[in-house]
Design a protein around this ligand. Sequence first.
Ligand SMILES: CC(=O)SCCNC(=O)CCNC(=O)[C@H](O)C(C)(C)COP(=O)(O)OP(=O)(O)OC[C@H]1O[C@@H](n2cnc3c(N)ncnc32)[C@H](O)[C@@H]1OP(=O)(O)O
Length: 215
Amino acid sequence: MTAQPLVIWGGTGHARVIREALRRESWHVVAVFDQREIVSPFEDVPLFVGTDTFSSWMHSQSVEVVAACVAIGGNDGKSRLDTADFLLSHGLNLPTVIHRTGFVATTATIGDGCHVLAQAAVCANARLGRSVIVNTAASVDHDCVIGDGVHIGPGARLGGEVLVEENAFIGIGAVVLPRVRIGSGAIIGAGAIVTRDVPACTTVIGNPAHPPIRK
Ligand SMILES: CC(=O)SCCNC(=O)CCNC(=O)[C@H](O)C(C)(C)COP(=O)(O)OP(=O)(O)OC[C@H]1O[C@@H](n2cnc3c(N)ncnc32)[C@H](O)[C@@H]1OP(=O)(O)O
């Protein structure tokens, strides 16, 4: 099988993680794009800046580029989804990337452009929307429902039947107890233990998780 050319949008460390997770026999990274004038994360792959440059670059390619990955991490699910829509509008596919050490149950469903990274697990009957990141060693247990644009940070643990609404962000090593609902755009701080539902657009930290105290 010949590796297909693929572009990565987003030129930070997450791009390196994505490239590492891609199957080398399937995908060959030919360019990185970003909105900012930054240095390419790869010595052997050029970085180009901006959406206008992207359109002209696509037209200039002699070999058709058919796929892209969005490498925007952090809590910016909206940017991840907007960028995914931009790339789709240029006719690109957004393959689901599953690291060779990642686990996805046969009964789980995963939307376009999701990334399941090294040693992460998506368990039985879990449902992931599109452009979801399940980062290194995170776990999404049975029957969880994860909305579009959600990022589950490294080592975070979601018990069974957890609902995470769109664009929410679960920080490194957080734990969410079974059947808890995390509202859209909520931020769960690193290491938090979430025992109750979290309203939309709310940040919580600590054990048990609570909003930060304003000083
Ligand atoms: C591969 C990767 O790296 S993927 C990236 C994953 N990233 C993460 O998991 C980061 C998650 N982010 C966090 O936990 C953040 O600290 C947030 C979102 C909870 C808060 O961020 P900010 O609003 O910028 O808070 P800030 O850093 O100013 O800290 C405010 C106070 O809260 C405390 N605090 C911050 N985060 C936490 C936390 N997770 N748990 C407990 N206390 C915290 C700080 O110590 C500080 O306390 P102080 O006022 O007594 O000094």
